[in-house]
Design a protein. Sequence first.
Length: 356
Amino acid sequence: MIPQPAATVTYPAAELDRRFYAFVLDRLLAYGLLAVVGYVAWRTLLAEGRTAAGVAVVVSAVLLVSLAHGVLLGVAGVSPGKAVAGLRVVGLDGAPIGVPLALLRVLLLGFLTLPTGGIGLATLAWTAVTAPDGRHRGVHDLLTHAVVVDVRPVPAVVDATDARPRQIVNLTALRLLPAPRTPMPVPAPVAAPTQPLSPPPSRPPAGLPTGPPTGPPPSAPPSAPPTSRPPALTEPAPARPAAAPGAWRVSFDTGEEFVVEGLALVGRRPEPRGDEPVRHVVALPSSDISVSKTHAQFQVVPDGALVVMDRGSTNGSVLVRQGVSRPLSAGRPATLLDGDTVCFGDRTMTVTREHR
């Protein structure tokens, strides 16, 4: 027995079904080329009685196709069929088997696939299925010290922690909600200081006369300056809301138009989600069914802007501004300007700002 080197192939062995597909593709390509050469030889040589020349052309074509197959297999380890199937023929050390062993392999396959009623192919398949090493090495693999491996990239395994559902933030809802009003703190009133109490009269020390004083009466102590109470602090008056900007009017190519006064839905048969406060429902007929059932929505936000958002329609929505078109991303609101046009499938909506 011929000693074989230790196996160092890192790619997995190819499955038999993929090897069969690659074999069929190689045979169809080779037989197709030989059929073309044979037809040309028959029309140009054999039909004119030049039998030897015609046979020589056919044999030369067979040898040329086999040589090209063997060189490609020995140098790069591939054939047209194996390249399509993602397979390679390598030695047990992982390197290409070389041109001599590749030509021997091509010769063995050609001999086993001769028209023998399928016996050759059945024998070849049986040796690959019953290979003891589990790498499906047939007799042609064993004689050429080769193994057919699958070199397709292994799909990346997604970590289980990354597959957790993520919280979805409704950007439209965040924008449409009014900003909360923070109450102004009212400072506590400052208490007025009280008049200081006069000290109690002191008794004269013992031994001194207690009669009325003979001298001039003492002057009265200076009184404390009057204290003024600070003005009371009052809560500032709430600011008056600014005057409402001009209204937004939308006009559809179906002839329908109105002033936007709340949430509006457009589509073939728009339906709100749950208790969604919908003010306008616009049903748009579509001849080519390019408008989805609930295609998009639009609404005037608290800052007075008109915002449109595609609701995941099949054909999407397109914003046309000054002749430039750009698609709208599903679930992401876009602010509209006066004169903009929005395409919902085969229907259009024009936006107009009514200035006051």
